[in-house]
Design a protein around this ligand. Structure first.
Ligand code: AOF
Ligand code: ZN
Length: 352
């Protein structure tokens, strides 16, 4: 088991190399081991292209190819069993006559979900599922939350002063906004933007800040922008509508798709958050960074609809009469660090 664990770790290291290029697919790594020697390695490199198992088997040197049937294949995720953008990896494993497969965790995608393992076992292949399941699922937290909870992975983010104010409505302007976060934490926030499928704000934040919500200070893609604007109050020339990224506008008036703007009509009755998250699920949006304002953030907290909370606190800044930061309970501190005068805290919900 210890040795299995080591190779599963190696699979995760390889899988990580696909970060930023495979979403909404999971990051997956595979290792082929013969007699304690790695003879093949691979990872899912690009969305729509070959899976980890294919790259792993193709990486075996011609002189080692005869060893494949006696080797053990380690994969951080159950091999697929469906015809998607590529043929099933479980068929490839059977064709290659591999006799033993060690799997990191079961795939939550409904078209696979155990059927890859079943296919292998029906072909007489020994399948080992160890206790790395939690680690492997956490590794692809967005993918698993999306498929298991049928909603995007939700990250709440705000910046606050030392006395927990997110802004002063009166004095709210660009200069003050820059005072809360600093150059380094701004850059970090842009990195966070590049890592998620979408970024969400409410109407008031769009009105007060006029943010463009693009990723300018980090490499990588721009997330889809999601604006909640029930009565379409945000002006057409606002930065959030610029051509640099797609924008989905949840509203109560119209349902249209034109160029980069998708107006999506919802009822705004009863449980608005659940309704719009269900739309996001059907639009295949796997993760959302919620950037404000306080009211929207608080409603995610109150509905218990969040997976991570990232708070940037400026330790040197105090604003009187400011707008209070959201109140968060039932959370534990997973990680914290300091960037100059900013203290960054990553919270996770306490599981009961
Ligand atoms: C694997 N190995 O490396 C990955 C898997 O559209 P497709 O054909 O690319 O299939 C995508 C689904 O395949 C994805 O939702 C997930 O269930 C699984 N990903 N499976 O055997 C891999 N990346
Ligand atoms: Zn596959």
């Amino acid at each position: 088991m210890k040795e299995h664990s080591l190779y599963i770790q190696r699979c995760l290291q390889l899988a990580q190399l696909g970060a930023g290029n495979v979403a909404p697919n999971p990051m997956v790594g595979a290792v082929l081991v013969y007699n304690n020697r790695i003879i093949g390695e691979g990872w899912h490199q690009k969305y729509g292209e070959a899976h980890a198992e294919v790259h792993c088997i193709n990486s075996v040197k011609p002189t080692d190819r005869d060893l494949i049937p006696q080797a053990t294949l380690y994969i951080s995720l159950e091999p697929c069993s469906h015809f998607g953008k590529t043929p099933p990896c479980s068929d490839l494993i059977i064709q290659e006559k591999i006799q033993k497969v060690v799997i990191g965790c079961v795939d939550a995608f409904v078209k696979v979900n155990g059927s890859g393992i079943e296919k292998l076992r029906n072909a007489g292949i020994e399948v080992v599922l160890g206790d790395w399941s939690k680690e492997c699922k956490d590794f692809n937290k967005r993918f698993f939350t999306f498929h298991l909870k049928k909603r995007p992975y939700i990250i709440l983010k705000w910046a606050q002063t030392a006395n927990k104010k997110i802004a002063s409505l009166k004095q709210h302007n660009e200069t003050e906004r820059l005072l809360i976060t600093n150059e380094l934490s701004n850059r970090l926030v842009h990195k966070w933007r590049s890592q998620e499928a979408a970024i969400m704000i409410g109407k008031n934040t769009a009105l007060l800040d006029n943010p463009s919500l693009t990723n300018r200070n980090w490499t990588g893609k721009n997330p889809i922008r999601i604006l909640i604007d029930k009565n379409l109050e945000i002006a057409e020339n606002s930065a959030v509508f610029n051509k640099e990224a797609k924008t989905i506008i949840f509203n109560q008036q119209k349902d249209t798709l034109k160029e980069n703007l998708h107006f999506c009509k919802i009822s705004f009755e009863d449980n608005t958050l659940k309704e719009l998250l269900s739309h996001c699920y059907h639009l295949n949006i796997q993760s959302i960074l919620v950037e404000g304002g306080a009211k929207l953030l608080q409603s995610f907290i109150n509905e218990n609809l969040w997976d991570e909370c990232r708070i940037v606190t400026n330790k040197d800044l105090i604003i009187e009469n400011g707008l209070s930061a959201p109140l968060i309970e039932n959370a534990y501190l997973e990680e914290d660090f300091v960037l100059l005068n900013n203290h960054i805290e990553i919270l996770k919900p306490t599981q009961f």
